[in-house]
Design a protein around this ligand. Structure first.
Ligand SMILES: Cc1cc2nc3c(=O)[nH]c(=O)nc-3n(C[C@H](O)[C@H](O)[C@H](O)COP(=O)(O)OP(=O)(O)OC[C@H]3O[C@@H](n4cnc5c(N)ncnc54)[C@H](O)[C@@H]3O)c2cc1C
Length: 406
């Protein structure tokens, strides 16, 4: 067979597309990565994911990515639940409870943009990966033995790239998913989340690197990122009726932060953005030779840091199956197992946990709030329960469960 007939075409140089490409190429499979962004704007993307769970760190390590990310991130073994209403720390969870389960008993706070920058550098250095920046995917056709992706090249000319399989790592607005007519089942929250980036050390008020803060009126998340200068992201819910421009005015951001933590001194705000949150899972993850992975297959609220992590887990699962199929050691129905395993994780783990996390932070009923907080406190204090909780929150349990699926 020619190289093109064995090649995998990956649309999107996001964390999922790049991890997939590296895992495939490192096992001898040629890959073409198509990315719409170019040299001039690839590193200009809005802030998104950044908390990398232990199982994801193990996978990053297996492709040589962890050592490039570790110096650019913050090792965070702890995370906190706070009650903003009573200004109290409810529970502190320590990933040290997972020391028998993983070589990385902590999360690495390292933003998506650093991950794609480092992964892109590795991909470009690999002789089996052809990275096409400034190239926009527009559609595809497939036959029984190949797939052809239609793209617009950097000069605006149409081009067709042929391969054995096409993987959509395009993110939530996947053209592959749309063209296959696959339903993106679920819902969109009516409120939007406001993200404010601040240069201020919140640890002096008792916070740790990752904090989930419950409040009946205005829940929030607070996360620490490595600089220079170090920054903290604070998330707040906003009503759909609020004017986006008014919400992001500097005085409005400052007033919101001062209500959150009255310091009497203006905060140094270094950025802000508003985003809409969806909870959706594609009804199918593959049709023939076209396969969905990452945000093109499932999207969820960032509370709990599961979107990119579970997408990267898709990428590794899928890569190993494609390698087996292309080498002739696995039948093509291995791709059906990929769908069964990863759809199960999306529905039963990431969707369930992220929806529960949001409900927990936003709960308004005082009796339910008190019960939830007691439960969290007791869980964090009991080593057996804390480990079980952390196995779920860090997605290790989801990977173990997926392995049991035939
Ligand atoms: C505020 C926020 C915080 C988050 N925090 C976390 C977190 O802490 N942990 C976590 O696990 N997840 C988090 N997430 C979710 C996470 O960002 C996504 O799940 C993750 O980025 C998905 O990766 P992906 O590679 O599937 O898609 P993307 O990251 O969306 O990448 C898709 C790539 O495809 C390219 N592309 C798209 N269309 C085309 C086309 N037609 N042609 C060519 N290229 C194309 C895009 O330019 C892009 O580079 C967060 C999300 C948000 C909004």
């Amino acid at each position: 067979m020619s190289d093109a007939a064995q090649r995998v075409i990956v649309i999107g140089a996001g964390p999922v597309g790049l991890c997939l490409a590296l895992r495939l190429a490192q096992q001898g499979v040629a890959v073409c990565v198509v990315e719409a962004l170019g040299e001039d704007n690839f590193l200009e993307q809005v802030p998104r994911a950044g908390t990398n769970h232990p199982a994801t760190l193990e996978l990053f390590d297996s492709i040589g990515l962890y050592d490039r990310l570790a110096p650019r991130g913050i090792v965070a073994p702890l995370f906190h639940y706070w009650d903003r209403h009573d200004n109290k720390l409810i529970a502190e969870f320590d990933h040290a409870h997972l020391k028998e389960d993983t070589r990385f008993p902590y999360v690495l706070q390292c933003e998506r943009i650093k991950i794609v920058e480092e992964a892109l550098a590795l991909a470009r250095a690999h002789p089996l990966i052809d990275v096409r920046l400034s190239t926009t995917f527009t559609g595809f056709v497939q036959t029984a033995d190949r797939v052809s992706a239609h793209v617009t090249d950097p000069s605006g000319e149409p081009e067709t790239i042929t391969g054995a399989y096409l993987v959509s790592g395009e993110g939530a607005r996947s053209i592959v998913r749309r063209d296959l007519g696959i339903e993106f089942e679920g819902f969109t929250y009516s409120d939007r989340t406001l993200n404010i980036e601040v240069a201020y050390d919140f640890r002096r008020h008792g916070y740790t690197e990752r904090n989930y803060i419950s409040d009946p009126d205005e829940w929030s998340n607070l996360f620490h990122w490595k600089g220079p200068p170090d920054r903290w992201r604070v998330h707040f819910p906003t009503a759909e009726t609020e004017d986006p421009e008014a919400l992001c005015r500097p005085e409005a951001l400052q007033a919101r932060l001062q209500r959150f933590l009255p310091t009497g001194q203006p905060f140094e705000i270094v950025g802000s953005n508003l985003y809409t949150v969806h909870q959706r899972v594609a009804q199918k993850f593959r049709v023939g030779r076209a396969i969905l992975a990452g945000d093109s297959a499932h999207v969820n609220s960032p509370i709990g840091a599961m979107g990119m992590n579970s997408g990267v887990h898709d990428a590794f699962n899928l890569a190993d199956k494609l390698v087996g199929i292309l080498r002739g050691t696995l039948e093509e129905d291995a791709l059906d197992r990929y769908e069964r395993q990863r759809r199960h994780v999306a529905l039963q783990h990431t969707q369930q946990q992220t929806m529960r996390n949001k409900k927990l932070l936003a709960e308004r009923d005082p009796a339910v709030r008190a019960r939830n907080h007691d439960e969290l406190r007791r869980t964090a204090e009991d080593p057996v329960r804390a480990r079980a909780f952390l196995l779920r929150s860090s997605l290790i349990e989801s990977l173990r469960e997926a392995e049991e699926i035939a």
